[in-house]
Design a protein around this ligand. Structure first.
Ligand code: HEC
Ligand code: HEC
Length: 447
């Protein structure tokens, strides 16, 4: 019996192999486990996450060719090991540095707020996703100031064969449009989730936020209570704006009194915060300075800021100026330390290391894709005995070169070059060499 099967044993040589994306063994982006207590979700009905769509998004997210001089990708400023933020306060783009601090991209999906950027100028993750590409400083396809335009980028990447394969895989044909790019990038960004924190363990077991969490220290439980409780009842009131269990920002938040713009002057428009999850890494260290200007460099600085809001500025949220005056919480040092201890429980671990959110390119910037026969009658046998042959067909992209591979053991593969027909058909006929054999098509970049 000959089986066109790709088993778990492939994982070793494909998914985990640098520079190879195995489209026959897509990572799970679409059906990741989400805790039962997480109810907020800003995924639009028109763009649910799919495994292949998020895979395309991943490739684009890490591809420096999406910048005008091939030096900057989304991941340059949104680094996996830093919760998809940048340890530098101002990130370096193709033409200078950004005017605000890069944001962590953790759990962007799990929020009521559907507007993005610190000042909420983007109306969805989709809308956000191609703005950095069209930003003069960030990726440089602005179409102004001597920059190429987005249409130039579309032409540029339409000529890249792996995008022809990937866009065909997602959309059925290789046409690249801004909307198709946005959909795939947004799927990848929404797929980035982190729910394996100490907080999540405690929350799942306790059933609600107000109960003591059995896995928390007394200090962490005290910090949790301060976070959840409004100031008139002796708490710090954080939960009014950073709402548990997602810790996403209240869509109606004003600014929080941090108003100094990077590079001088005031900026009163920053009314969004990313989720407060993963402020620190798994060792408890801050990834970077916090707030839109990166100005608060410890969690204690953050608590001190809210403990005594410096001034009643334009746009300061009314919750931070009770009675018309900037808030004074009068927290004790013990209370401040408890709040800091609680904030550290919101950090997970898998989001920093899971390969599905990692760079798919090899160190030389190359990418190979593995594709399999897509239809069930992809294998046709003919002949008998020694003359027995099999024809393996698949759907490819017209006139693009692939590698056809056969293996007896899923470890050693024999490769033959094959070019898809003008109709996009891949077809190879080979002698069947043994009792069991595996077949696949790979797309590998040319030399
Ligand atoms: C040069 C650095 C840089 C590059 C490149 C970059 N970003 Fe960003 N990103 C930032 C900064 C800075 C902000 C905050 C900007 C602001 O609010 O004005 C941000 C904000 C975001 C946000 C908003 C998060 C939130 O919670 O509101 C998302 C999503 C995002 N970026 C995704 C991307 C994607 C996708 C790409 C690639 C297409 C990308 N970024 C490229 C620096 C960068
Ligand atoms: C009235 C709403 C509001 C309240 C209450 C509030 N915050 Fe915030 N928080 C914000 C806003 C808005 C931002 C983004 C501000 C900016 O960057 O300019 C923010 C940012 C933050 C950040 C930085 C996030 C990042 O990615 O850099 C932390 C940490 C934080 N808040 C913690 C707290 C804590 C702890 C409390 C309670 C002591 C609290 N907040 C109370 C609105 C609020």
């Amino acid at each position: 019996m000959l089986v066109p099967v790709v088993g778990g044993s492939l994982t070793l040589l494909s998914m985990a192999q640098e520079g190879v994306v195995d489209l026959t063994q897509l990572a799970n982006y679409a059906n990741q486990p989400v805790p039962a207590y997480i109810n907020k979700d800003n995924t639009p009905a028109a763009n649910p996450i799919t495994d292949i769509g998020a895979t395309l998004g991943r490739v684009m997210f890490f591809d420096k060719r999406l910048s005008k001089n091939d030096t900057v990708s989304c991941a340059s400023c949104h680094q996996q090991e830093h919760a998809f933020s940048d340890p530098e306060v101002a990130s370096t783009g193709v033409a200078g540095t950004t005017g605000r601090h890069s944001m962590r991209l953790i759990n962007a999906r799990f929020a009521n707020e559907n507007r993005f950027f610190w000042d909420e100028r983007a109306t969805s993750v989709e809308d956000q996703s191609t703005r950095p590409i069209q930003d003069h400083v960030e990726m440089g396809f602005s179409g102004a100031d001597g920059d190429p335009s987005l249409a130039n980028l579309v032409t540029k990447i339409s000529a890249i064969e792996e995008y022809q394969v990937l866009f065909t895989g997602v959309y059925g044909d290789p046409l690249i449009t801004e909307e198709r790019m946005q959909r795939a990038l947004a799927q990848f960004v929404r797929s980035i989730q982190s729910f394996d924190s100490k907080y999540d363990l405690g929350r799942a077991a306790a059933g609600n936020n107000n109960a003591q969490f059995a896995n928390f220290s007394a200090q962490e439980n005290a910090g949790k209570q301060l976070f959840m409780t409004p100031p008139p009842q002796g708490g710090a009131g954080c939960n009014a704006c950073h709402q548990a269990p997602e810790f996403d920002i209240d869509p109606n938040s004003g600014n929080n009194g941090v108003v100094a713009a990077l590079g001088g002057g005031d900026d009163f428009t920053n009314t969004r915060s990313p989720s407060l999850r993963d402020l620190v890494d798994a060792t408890g260290t801050l990834h970077t300075g916090l707030m839109h200007n990166g100005s608060l460099t410890t969690l204690l600085d953050v608590v001190n800021h809210y403990n005594a809001i410096p001034a009643d500025v334009v746009g300061l949220d009314p919750r931070l100026r009770p009675g018309g005056r900037p808030q004074r919480l009068n927290l004790t040092d013990v209370e401040k330390d408890s709040l800091v201890a609680f904030l550290k429980t919101l950090t997970g671990s898998s989001v920093y290391t899971d390969a599905k959110w990692s760079n798919p390119f090899d160190p030389a910037g190359q990418l190979s894709l593995i594709v399999l026969p897509l239809n069930t009658d992809a294998l046709r046998f003919s002949g008998a005995g020694d003359a027995r042959e099999v024809t393996v067909t698949s759907v490819g992209v017209a006139n693009v070169g692939y590698i056809f591979q056969t293996s007896m053991d899923l470890i050693n593969w024999t490769s033959t070059a094959v070019t898809a027909s003008a109709a996009g058909q891949l077809s190879v006929t080979v002698a069947t060499s043994g009792p069991r054999c595996f077949y696949r098509y790979a797309y590998a970049p040319g030399p």
